[in-house]
Write a new protein. Structure first.
Length: 78
């Protein structure tokens, strides 16, 4: 491998039973949580997020970009 080559190891995403389990697992992998979308944070457009966790009603969700290692949450209330 050339000294300029980089290897990107994406975040491992599992199926989680709780929001806290998902956050802990992402945190253990060095993922930075940007905050809650409904509190006014801005999400840069170049990220590609995927849903990591959703509660039973879908009103509270956690999203992660596995390459850039950032996440954010959304809470629409029940």
């Amino acid at each position: 491998m050339d000294s300029l080559d980089a290897v990107i190891i994406p975040v491992t995403i599992l199926e989680y039973k709780t929001y806290d389990d998902a956050m802990l697992h992402l945190n253990d992998q060095g993922v930075t949580h940007l905050g809650w979308l409904n509190s006014g944070i801005s999400i840069p457009e170049h990220y590609t997020f995927e849903k990591v966790y959703s509660n039973w009603s879908g009103s509270s969700c956690l999203y992660c970009d596995p390459i850039y290692r950032v996440s954010y949450s959304v809470d629409m209330g029940d």
